[in-house]
Design a protein around this ligand. Sequence first.
Ligand code: FE2
Ligand code: FE2
Length: 300
Amino acid sequence: MARLVTEWVNVTGDISIIARESGEVWFHTPRGTKETVDPFATPMAGVGSAGSTVGLLDGAINLGFAGIEKRLARPDPTLVGYIVALVGAYHTSVDTPRNLRRAASRFKELGRPEVAAYLEQRAREETGHDRLALKDLRALGVPGERLVANFIPEGIKPLCKRFDDLCVQDYPIGCIGYSYCLERIAALKQETDIEKVQALCPDGVDATRFLRSHSSLGSEATHVEETIEFVASLPANDRIRVVRETYESALIMAEGYNHELLKSEAEILEELQQVVGEALPYHLSSYPSHGEKRGARPAA
Ligand SMILES: [Fe+2]
Ligand SMILES: [Fe+2]
């Protein structure tokens, strides 16, 4: 009988993730002594399997968010907060096809056509997703093009930079870990999450195109499954790099989340109005301080 596959990756100095094909995952602190040899102290070199690879990838995301879990801001959802999320969604989508194609052409040069083909397919699937976010912004009465041209949420900037940097590396395999992190987290969103956003929107307004397609209801769930299968098929060294980047991206994403969510609704609205140079539709403001308190209206 074939033995079940076990995979492991050291993601930080003192933590390794170990995952079995059966679905078990645990975190391990490497400690070899003279008497005991730690079997996970050397990098894994065997084949992967979907069951163990998903354990490593999701373990990396959990570990990345673990440090911030207790500090994670959890404000009540608001429409202005959702607008910032849509602007962030635009920025994390707009360069994705171009970046993935750049990484694909590098893998062609490196004689890795199977990685290139996978990245090109992903580039095709991600094309046009930035347009979904723009349509949602427009549906809410927000000048989407002007807003995204002049505003990148602070918490999103490091994430976009990370992806740009990964895709131009000499060996850009890490871009798969980054994409997995974002898509896996998006695919956690359920129908009830979409309904909550829908409830914030004015009657008759559909501003959940991007959210729907980047949730368990849309294509994201399939993208995640395909990526797991693909990563599992890669050589051990590649799997190690992908898992480590999934962890790094999760760390950046976790920090970014908090950055936006800690702002008040009034602060965000003020910031958005400054950017577009006009008042945004009244339905965006649900906080009570209309009028004077908002003070300095931006110059048109
Ligand atoms: Fe997408
Ligand atoms: Fe996707």
